[in-house]
Design a binder for this molecule. Structure first.
Ligand SMILES: NC(=O)C1=CN([C@@H]2O[C@H](COP(=O)(O)OP(=O)(O)OC[C@H]3O[C@@H](n4cnc5c(N)ncnc54)[C@H](O)[C@@H]3O)[C@@H](O)[C@H]2O)C=CC1
Ligand SMILES: O=C(O)C(=O)COP(=O)(O)O
Length: 638
């Protein structure tokens, strides 16, 4: 952006906005064409000609008045069509316009809509945004007695090439004027000298010649407001905030984050530490799944990072403390794939009990091996669940419903569901269980939780399931226990070393062993779970970016916040040390700011203060807040 106003104290400018593809996502004539032509046999041909004329006019290739006339001739519009579009036009507001309603409400008397479009269609949008009818400069349609459109009022300058400049000039605005528009007829206003600054608006459509003729490109209204120091002042524009999503995160998340105006980049696979260090500069939010390690080194290189979102349950791949130390919030989706893991664990248990996988593989080789030897029912067998959290306890319920007896072991006190019995040690569980299923989290101290000694303590012929984390099981020891027949079978979904993408090779000592099912970390990989995760984690990210809400953060104090309605919201993350709140309030009081609402929440290491204040502030205030000893991060929302 290089089109900033000459001085911060300059008078607030008049803001002139184009309508089609700027205030709304559509081109009026294209939308009308769709309506008129919905039943015409020549629809496609006519629609193409109308869209082509619109494009040519907007790119400055043909005369605007001529293009308008030709499009109206092609279309045979009626009043009913125009009214129908006016009825639904509010649903077409451009996202950044919709979310900046407050800017319009507060500046309505300085906003002018100048458009080659039609007054009837623009009127509902102007009313919604609080722009008075006399500040809407637009074309007037002329109808015949039967309500057919016969043309536009040619006395209105907007019906002609260059008409926007003429109409705006006639207003004689007393002060600087900025223009936001997407078309060549907007660029012409800049060339005619009737506006001081022209922003080529590219949220809906990007036209190269228009961008080239503009003072700056604006990918959203927020960017203009930011550059001009209008409403919200230093709240950073969303379109310039970069969200990087790795590991094939579900497109629903991408869509949700883009809808809210953020810039989103995606990568299919995970990145190793060095590659991530390369990519992390300039990234405001990083989205990962289980495979990307967000280490202290990565966080060190992250110059702009505000949040890391794990689009999964486990967060052992993120250095949560190092993140909190930098005021970087971490989130996950703790319940969205729980059920998927549980269903797979049940299915795998049946499959192991009946030796289905080896029997099936034999049949694919042409061998018919009908036998009951070693095949058993689930009913009446004892399932030992290690880690009775969300997944473990849900598995407990389903397993009991299938007639299994359930025992569990957890390091913390957990409510035993149904008839499940809590055991006081892992060893006690191993001694009793016919099937051992691991559902602990991936904390480092769980490395090799199941090693040679633990396998030796399992009941001979018992089965092992690991759908938690690869490092929880000593794979070499498991291979031995399987080889010796001590463990009769295993289903393993997670591995100490997992390929970063589907194109990378997999290798493991478990390959080729009898009654061993290997799955490529798909416990949470169902369509339902991935959609639910995308929705949940994206909402956590949006809550944090848009409101400062840290609900469900796994490393910062959780504070649930409503939208910012009036004034400004100051967000201050700091080390949990004495005197920070007092210092913040002293700075705010010295600046004469009235605090409308304030929250403070701390955990052992970190404090989070949110202050909603009721008036504008001086930039010096920001420096003072950042300078408070212990400050980790500070930001402002409006
Ligand atoms: N295979 C896959 O695709 C998936 C794997 N997971 C893994 O499953 C893990 C568990 O998920 P949730 O049940 O949602 O987590 P959770 O946090 O609700 O439960 C984990 C439980 O394990 C307990 N625990 C930790 N260490 C223990 C130990 N040494 N001995 C006994 N108990 C111990 C904890 O106290 C807690 O109750 C996740 O952390 C993740 O690593 C989660 C989803 C999908
Ligand atoms: O949710 C978890 O913790 C998982 O292990 C699932 O990981 P994924 O998203 O499939 O890489």
């Amino acid at each position: 952006m290089n089109a900033s106003p000459s001085s911060a104290s300059a008078a607030a400018p008049f803001v002139v906005l184009d309508f089609d593809s700027t205030l709304v996502k559509v081109e009026t004539l294209d939308a009308l064409a769709d309506m008129v032509l919905s039943e015409s046999v020549e629809a496609d041909a006519i629609r193409t000609r109308v869209a082509r004329l619109t494009d040519q006019a907007m790119a400055g290739d043909i005369d605007f008045g001529e293009a308008l006339k030709r499009r109206l001739e092609l279309l045979q519009l009626t009043r009913t069509h125009v009214e129908a579009l006016a009825d639904r036009i509010l649903g077409e507001l451009t996202p950044s316009v919709r979310r900046n309603g407050r800017f319009f409400a507060e500046n309505a008397d300085r906003i002018i809509i100048v458009s080659g479009g039609f007054r009837e269609v623009i009127a509902p949008v102007a009313a919604e945004l609080g722009v008075a009818p006399e500040r809407v400069l637009a074309n007037d349609l002329i109808y015949d007695d039967e309500g057919r459109v016969t043309g536009v009022d040619e006395a209105n300058p907007l019906s002609r090439e260059g008409g926007k400049a003429e109409a705006l000039k006639a207003l004689n605005l007393p002060g600087p004027v900025i223009l936001i528009g997407d078309g060549w007829n907007d660029a012409v206003m800049k060339q005619a000298g009737v506006v001081d600054r022209f922003y080529a608006f590219t949220e809906v459509v990007r036209r190269e010649p228009v961008v080239a003729a503009a003072d700056a490109e604006a990918r959203s209204l927020d960017e203009v407001l930011h550059a001009e120091g209008l409403s919200g002042r230093w709240s950073f524009p969303r379109s310039r905030m970069k969200i990087l999503l790795l590991e094939n995160i579900h497109p629903l998340a991408v869509q949700r984050l883009r809808e809210e105006g953020y810039s989103v980049e995606t990568l299919k696979g995970a990145l190793d530490e060095d590659a991530l260090i390369e990519r992390i500069r300039g990234v405001h939010v990083l989205g990962v799944r289980s495979k990307t390690n967000v280490s202290a080194r990565v966080l060190e290189a992250a110059d702009k990072l505000m949040a890391v979102a794990a689009f999964c349950i486990g967060t052992n791949q993120i250095d949560l403390e190092a993140a909190a130390d930098r005021g970087v919030a971490a989130f996950n989706a703790p319940y969205s794939n729980t059920r998927s893991v549980v269903e797979l664990a049940i299915g795998l248990t049946v499959t192991l009990m009946r030796d289905v996988v080896d029997k099936s593989a034999a049949m694919h080789r042409g061998a018919w091996n009908k036998s009951a030897t070693g095949s058993r029912e689930l009913r009446g067998k004892t399932l030992g669940i290690v880690g009775y959290g969300a997944i473990g306890s849900q598995l407990s319920v389903l397993a009991e419903a299938l007639g299994m007896r359930v025992v569990f072991y957890d390091v913390v006190e957990r409510l035993a569901l149904g008839n499940a019995r809590r055991l006081r040690s892992l060893d006690a569980l191993l001694a009793e269980a016919d099937v051992v299923s691991l559902h602990v989290d991936g904390r480092q101290s769980n490395t090799n939780l199941m090693g040679p000694q633990q396998f030796a303590r399992m009941k001979p012929g018992a089965l092992l399931l690991n759908l938690s984390r690869g490092h929880v099981v000593d794979i070499g020891a498991l291979a031995q226990a399987l080889g010796s027949g001590r463990v009769a079978g295993a289903a393993v979904d997670v591995f100490p070393e997992e390929p970063r993408t589907n194109d990378d090779p997999f290798d493991s000592p478990l390959m080729g062993l009898k009654n061993v099912i290997l799955t490529p970390h798909i416990g949470g990989s169902t369509e339902e779970a991935q959609e639910a995760i995308a929705d949940f984690a994206a909402e956590r990210v949006l809550g944090y970016l848009n409101r400062g809400d840290t609900t469900f953060s796994v490393n910062l104090p959780n504070v649930q916040l409503a939208d910012v309605t009036g004034g400004h919201r100051l967000l201050h993350i700091h080390r949990n040390q004495a005197g920070v709140l007092a210092a913040i309030n002293r700075v705010l009081a010295d600046a004469g700011l009235n605090i409308l609402a304030q929250h403070l929440k701390t955990d052992e290491h970190t404090g989070y203060v949110i202050a909603d204040v009721d008036r504008d502030y001086d930039r010096a205030l920001l420096a003072d807040l950042k300078a408070i000893p212990g400050t980790l991060r500070f930001r402002i929302l409006h």
